[in-house]
Design a protein around this ligand. Sequence first.
Ligand SMILES: Cc1cc2nc3c(=O)[nH]c(=O)nc-3n(C[C@H](O)[C@H](O)[C@H](O)COP(=O)(O)OP(=O)(O)OC[C@H]3O[C@@H](n4cnc5c(N)ncnc54)[C@H](O)[C@@H]3O)c2cc1C
Length: 347
Amino acid sequence: MDFNLTEQQEMFQRQVRRFAENELTPVVDIMDKENNYPFEIRPKLAAMNLLGIPFDPKYGGAGADHVCLVLAMEEVAKVLAPMAISMQVGNVTCDRFNKLGTEKQKQEYMIPICENKKVVCFAFTEPDTGSNPKMITTRAKWIGDGYVISGTKRFITHGTFAHASLIFAKDDDGDISLFIVETDRPGFSIDKKMDKLGLRGTELCDLIMEDVKIPEENVLGGKGGKFDALKDAMTIGKMCLSAQCVGLMQASLDEAIKYSMHRMHFDEPIFDLQAIHWLLAEMACGLEAARWLTYRAAFLKDQEINTLKDMAIAKLFATQTAVDVCRWGMQVHGAYGISKEYKIERL
Ligand SMILES: Cc1cc2nc3c(=O)[nH]c(=O)nc-3n(C[C@H](O)[C@H](O)[C@H](O)COP(=O)(O)OP(=O)(O)OC[C@H]3O[C@@H](n4cnc5c(N)ncnc54)[C@H](O)[C@@H]3O)c2cc1C
């Protein structure tokens, strides 16, 4: 066993940390307070190779590994979690093209996604199903020279500005296929963007498809059998989400330590009180456990081992623990924990 990051991974981590602190700090309020997306950041994400981290440079990727992907997610989420979700969309959609795409589709989509010339969103959730994607009702009807797609996709990140969407739909046989649907096709529309509690500014909306005609070449990975492709894509999503939770927890712990060192009670900083030590200790334990579950899952992915279970474990633990850790961080801040003047409120 070797728990060390390689020199390349450490260098990448340092670069993303610097990028996040310098470039993302100034746009926090645009996302969090205004619920808007700071589009000026996208060319910078592309220049840093953050939209396609574990992919071959010949398809626009950074040529790094999945450990680098989680390190980047963690560093970005520490500063601005919704921007990490934004990176996740680039990486997850690239991953589908990489796994399932023809050479032409890879050229047509992966390179432009990585260079921020195209934005592709990823859509399986519907008004009546999220947790059980086998129940999706979006239809793809074969019409001899292509398909007609009809249905609604809900909670789609980047839905308001994507050039195309990867749509999971049921074909005439009731089997799930995956389709590339360009958003400027007749019959394609979007609903208003959602105002939401957290992870704001990600341009989340419904996609509405009313008899959208697409050519046969827009099928990704051949007809049928794409439930497994969806599960596989979700394992990468889970890995990214776990890493974002690690970033949130690290930020919460940093904020709690900083605050407790300055907040005075009876002439001593509350940092010196044992009750605060206990909270900080619980936070540090949860953070480290979630971090290593996440890094290990990414490491296994890089060994091309089936990580379905490991990603699910990492996500379950990291998401639940992140809620606890951020709540404890708020406790350390007392009433200031709910003030928008303090970062812990957003975390
Ligand atoms: C910030 C954000 C971004 C998102 N971005 C995207 C995106 O880009 N693309 C996309 O396709 N989707 C996206 N989603 C949607 C997300 O994938 C769904 O919210 C998720 O799959 C859960 O579905 P649901 O919300 O319909 O919940 P439901 O499936 O309706 O679940 C409701 C509750 O019931 C529980 N439940 C469900 N089934 C069971 C069961 N069998 N046993 C026990 N309990 C159960 C759930 O745990 C949950 O507590 C996004 C969601 C969020 C919050």
